[in-house]
Design a protein around this ligand. Structure first.
Ligand code: NDP
Length: 278
């Protein structure tokens, strides 16, 4: 009997991951049989675990999550433009010659969730991005390409925000401000929380003045990690407040397409996960 095609998600911790059930649900749409498992690798064991998975266990593709996205980018043999811009990878694909290609699907997934699922036209928006880590870097480029008028990046450590704005290199549209100035920088049409504060169990103290009259708010985290930011957004009068569950499903769909050459229908999978988490 032939062995099932092997896929995995690497993280630390990783037991909580929804990726196995998302990929199995996508595979069922096409009648594809595959194995998709979680692999918990501590940072110092990550590179060896990836090599073993691809070289000895016949791995075809892997998702990568915290804290390994920088390491995944570094160990790949080739990198997509989105991965290079972000400096991180959330997808690894084994090429026909055995080399590994790194991709980053986070930014495109987040923008598709906002525009396609939540029906938001980002063109002409003044957007505020909180955070300048790996996910924020991916999201910043995608928001910029989606046509926001201005993108203001604010990070607790200002150097990372400055480096991201410099990398985009459009000073007329992309600015940085200091975290301590959040109360004085006016209001925005879109506020995106790309910090890991919620995931780390920490809360952000944000002024209501950031929320403009037509503002949408988006937290890249999902489930309980997003509750604090979304509660703040609703209390401040945001018209929409969404968590990153849709982004999670969309980035998985992008990975699925890279590996299987087919585009799954994300709607039913998103519906089923959001019903379960509400
Ligand atoms: P990184 O570790 O690369 O970056 C973390 C960012 O959060 C940095 O900008 C850091 O600032 C900031 N930060 C952390 N704690 C605080 C705090 N208490 N106050 C203010 N800023 C803080 O993480 P990622 O970019 O990879 O992930 C960010 C979030 O996005 C995570 O919650 C992750 O789960 C989520 N995510 C969701 C995805 C999805 O599919 N829905 C996909 C990818 C990520 P500093 O530079 O000062 O340390």
């Amino acid at each position: 009997m032939s062995r099932l095609a092997q896929f995995a998600v690497f993280g630390h911790p990783i037991a909580h991951s929804l990726s196995p059930q998302i990929h199995q649900a996508f595979a069922q749409q096409f009648g594809i049989a595959l194995q998709y498992r979680t692999i918990d690798a501590a940072p110092d064991a990550f590179a060896d675990a990836v090599r073993r998975f691809f070289a000895q266990e016949d791995g075809r593709g892997a998702n990568v999550t915290l804290p390994h996205k920088h390491a995944a980018f570094a160990l790949a043999d080739e990198r997509s433009q989105a991965a290079t811009r972000a400096g991180t990878a959330n997808v690894l694909t084994r090429l026909a010659d055995g080399r590994l290609a790194a991709h980053n699907t986070d930014g495109a997934a987040m923008v598709r969730d906002l525009t396609d699922r939540h029906d938001l036209d980002l063109r002409g928006h003044d957007a505020l991005l909180l955070g300048a880590g790996g996910a924020a870097r991916a999201v910043a480029w995608s928001l910029f390409e989606a046509g926001v008028s201005t993108l203001t990046i604010v990070n607790r450590s200002p150097e990372a925000a400055d480096a991201l704005a410099d990398a985009i290199g459009e000073p007329a549209r992309v600015h940085t401000r200091y975290w301590d100035d959040l109360g004085h920088i006016g209001s925005f049409d879109l506020v995106v929380n790309a910090t890991s504060a919620g995931t780390l169990g920490q809360s952000l103290t944000l002024p209501f003045s950031l929320i403009g009259s037509r503002a949408a708010c988006y937290d890249l985290g999902y489930g309980p990690s997003a509750f604090g930011f979304l509660a703040w957004a609703r209390a401040a009068g945001a018209r929409y407040a969404h968590d990153g569950l849709g982004m999670l499903v969309e980035q998985a769909a992008d990975a699925f397409q890279l590996w299987h050459g087919r585009r799954p229908d994300t709607g039913p999978v998103y519906q089923s996960l959001s019903t379960r988490s509400s």
